[in-house]
Structure formats: structure tokens, C-alpha cells
Design a protein around this ligand. Structure first.
Ligand SMILES: Cc1cc2nc3c(=O)[nH]c(=O)nc-3n(C[C@H](O)[C@H](O)[C@H](O)COP(=O)(O)OP(=O)(O)OC[C@H]3O[C@@H](n4cnc5c(N)ncnc54)[C@H](O)[C@@H]3O)c2cc1C
Length: 380
């Protein structure tokens, strides 16, 4: 870490402490946070375009600075806001920044970096989550437009977003070659944002199903080449997976830290809970696992910054993050006893929020499939 990394970390931390944490409980309660208002502030501070090109308003820094942001958003008291910010910076915009035309980047990337527009990523469908290639939404060419019909499911920021980076079938060819990424403004005729979905965790982030009925979008809204959408999305998933892993490092570390504090203060049988060696050893073992995850995540980030393909390492980091997300918050909550079972306890919120890490953006089993393929163990 350079002084510049640490300076960025300090300003992100200040932002979290003043602009997110004081409101986190109310946003959880309301089931949404004011995305436009918060993103405008984050954009003004430069946090929504840390590794995006300077000509579109980004800071032009390398991805390691972005990973610092993922860690700091993960330290916030709202997993929902941290996820929504990650969608804006690491899920809906990397392909646009990398492959979009200048015109498209001026129209959609620049306002997303400035926080003037909120965006979302539309890959999953009701019948196609893990099996991305089998998605059904179609974008059929008609003159200078694509006409889009279909629906997208579980879309983070879906109820508030101005536009979606959508993966859709643009031809009948083989499933890995027939898809394109298209920027779809969500105020367009034929778009219906369905009900906001009621979730186990990430309750401050809105998640919606969105329907598209013959929605017309100019062909120039396509990101990069036609038929390359699946490949671009697989590239874009690398940032999503590193973001998820770095955010998980911070959330898991928070689980350990707050459990140390709690068990130090809570007494049973005449002494602090933390004086029991079984609890100390369990926390020490968890710390070792979080350090391993941190090291793998930062190795993936470093190699990504060096321009290497990090499919394998980013998938390993995401897999390990998902695995520890199932284990560590649950094990920590145990030491909070009845207090940990309370809805408002921070440990129970982290447990609910981080649970998605093992499912979203490629479930643990899908990560293992990718890792096995990269090891040459399977063709699929
Ligand atoms: C809160 C939330 C927010 C989300 N945000 C977005 C978003 O913004 N944009 C978006 O596009 N998507 C989003 N998603 C969707 C998410 O990425 C998918 O839920 C995820 O990819 C899993 O797909 P699925 O739910 O269809 O599960 P399925 O594909 O039905 O799989 C169910 C389970 O089966 C197992 N499984 C699947 N395939 C295999 C296999 N080959 N071998 C062994 N086991 C397997 C896994 O355990 C998996 O969890 C979000 C989901 C949630 C819950």
C-alpha cells in the first residue's frame, strides 16, 4: 500500500462514517436507500470512477485503488449499500468502460461516474441464473433499433436505476456467440419495473424484476461488437468477483472484531466469555482464514493490475469468500448467544447480508466448476 492508497482509504472511511452509517438502520427499515442522493455525493468525491478513464470523469487509477473502496464499503454498516455501490462501479460499468464507443461512454458512463445516474446489471432471469448462456431475453434488429422482449430477475438497484447494462440474445447462433451487451434506458416505453423483492438480507438495497415488452433501443447502444456479449460479461465478472471477495474480507473481519469486543465485555461463570480458550482458538482460526482470503484476493487484484487473466484466482477468491461467508458469521453469532439472534444485532445483519456471497455473481458450485475447468479437469 502506498501513501496514495492510504489517503484514499481514509477519505472513503470518512464518507462511510458520515454519509452511510448514521442512516443505515433507517434504510434497512425502509427497505431502500436514496441511491441518487448518495451516489451524487459519492460521485462528487470521485468514488464511483476510481479506476475509470479520466476523459469520462474517472480518477484513472489502477484497480488496486478500487479494491480499497470495496473493502471500505464492506466495512460500512449496510451490506445493501455496499452491494449497490459495487453494482454501479464493478458490475454494470466495466464492460462499457472497456468496450463502449466514446459516444456511449459520454452518454452513460460519465453520468454513472458522476453519480448523476444510477445503473444496474441485467444478466439473471427467472429461468437462467447460474446457467447464463441459457437466458431467453431477445434483442431483434429492426432498422436502426434493437427491439427487446423478455425479463430480468433479482436486479440490484432495479427500482431506482436510470439504465441497465443488459445481456440479451441478438441472434440464434451458439449460446456463447449469440449475445450482446446493450445499454437500456429504463424510462423507455415498454419497460415495467415489477415489485421490489422482499429479501433475507441486503434489505436497504432495492432488488426488482424488470419486464421488457418490445422495447426499442438504438443499435448504437450496443457495447462493443455484436455477439461478444457473453465474453464481455465473463470479463466483467472478474471485477465483480474481486469486488465481492474484497468486500467479504471486510465484512468477515468485522464479524471477528465485533465478536472479540462482545465476548470481552460479556461475563459468564465469573469471567469474560473471551477468557475461554475454545472461543479464543475458534476466533484465531477464523482470523487465519480471513488472512488467507485477504492474501488471495490481493494477489488476484495485483495480477489484474499487471494485465494478466485472473479468471482462476478471482474465482478462487470468490469461492473462498462464499465458503467463509457461510461459516464465519454463523460461528461468531454463536458467541453472542441470544443477543446475536436479535434482528437488530450487527452480527445478525452481517450474517444475513453476506449470505448472498455464496449465491450471487456465480454460486460457490459455479466457482468450483470454473476452477475445475481452468485446472483442465472438465470441458464445461
Ligand atoms: C439479492 C440478490 C441480488 C442479485 N442481483 C443481481 C443483479 O443485480 N443482476 C443480475 O443479473 N443478477 C442478480 N442476482 C442473481 C444472482 O446472480 C443469481 O441468483 C445467481 O447467479 C444464482 O442463480 P439462480 O438463483 O438462478 O440459481 P440456480 O441457477 O437455480 O441454482 C440454484 C443453486 O443450485 C446450485 N447449482 C447451480 N448450478 C449447479 C451446478 N452446475 N452444479 C452444482 N450445483 C449447482 C447452486 O448452489 C445454486 O445456488 C441477484 C440475486 C439476489 C438474490
Amino acid at each position: 500500500m502506498t501513501d496514495e492508497h492510504e489517503a484514499l482509504r481514509r477519505s472513503l472511511r470518512r464518507f462511510v462514517e458520515t454519509e452511510i452509517n448514521p442512516f443505515a438502520d433507517a434504510w434497512e427499515e425502509q427497505g431502500a436507500f436514496p441511491a441518487h442522493e448518495l451516489f451524487r455525493k459519492a460521485g462528487k468525491a470521485g468514488f464511483l470512477g476510481i479506476s475509470k478513464p479520466v476523459e469520462f470523469g474517472g480518477l484513472g487509477l489502477d484497480y488496486s485503488y478500487n479494491a480499497i473502496a470495496a473493502e471500505e464499503w464492506g466495512r460500512s454498516h449496510s451490506g445493501g449499500v455496499a452491494t449497490a455501490l459495487g453494482v454501479q462501479t464493478d458490475m454494470a460499468t466495466p464492460a462499457l468502460a472497456r468496450h463502449g464507443s466514446d459516444e456511449l461512454r459520454r452518454e452513460f458512463l460519465a453520468p454513472a461516474i458522476a453519480g448523476e445516474q444510477v445503473c444496474c446489471i441485467g444478466v439473471s432471469e427467472e429461468g437462467a441464473g447460474s446457467d447464463v448462456a441459457s437466458l431467453k431475453t431477445r434483442a431483434v434488429r429492426d432498422g436502426g433499433d434493437y427491439v427487446i422482449t423478455g425479463s430480468k430477475m433479482w436486479i440490484t438497484n432495479g427500482a431506482q436505476a436510470d439504465w441497465m447494462c443488459m445481456l440479451a440474445n441478438t441472434s440464434d447462433g451458439p449460446p456463447h456467440r449469440n449475445k450482446s451487451l446493450i445499454v437500456v434506458p429504463l424510462k423507455t416505453k415498454g419497460v415495467t419495473v415489477g415489485r421490489t423483492l422482499n429479501k433475507l438480507g441486503l434489505r436497504s438495497s432495492d432488488t426488482a424484476q424488470i419486464f421488457f415488452d418490445e422495447v426499442r433501443v438504438p443499435v448504437r447502444h450496443r457495447i462493443g461488437e455484436e455477439g461478444m456479449g457473453f465474453i464481455y460479461q465473463m470479463e466483467q465478472f472478474q471485477e465483480e468477483r474481486m469486488y465481492a471477495a474484497a468486500k467479504a474480507v471486510a465484512m468477515l473481519q468485522a464479524c471477528i472484531d465485533i465478536t472479540v469486543d462482545y465476548t470481552r465485555g460479556r461475563r459468564a461463570f465469573g469471567k469474560p466469555l473471551l477468557d475461554n480458550q475454545t472461543i479464543q482458538h475458534k476466533l484465531a482460526a477464523m482470523q487465519a482464514e480471513v488472512e488467507a482470503l485477504r492474501a488471495i484476493t490481493w494477489r488476484a487484484v495485483d495480477l489484474h493490475v499487471a494485465g494478466e487473466n485472473v479468471t482462476q484466482l478471482a474465482s478462487i477468491a470468490k469461492y473462498l469468500a462464499g465458503k467463509l461467508a457461510l461459516e464465519i458469521p454463523n460461528a461468531c453469532l454463536q458467541f453472542w448467544g441470544g443477543q446475536g439472534y436479535m434482528w437488530e444485532a450487527r452480527i445478525s445483519r452481517i450474517m444475513r447480508d453476506i449470505r448472498l456471497t455464496a449465491i450471487g455473481g456465480g454460486a460457490n458450485e459455479i466457482m468450483l466448476q470454473v476452477i475445475a475447468k481452468n485446472m483442465g479437469l472438465s470441458g464445461r
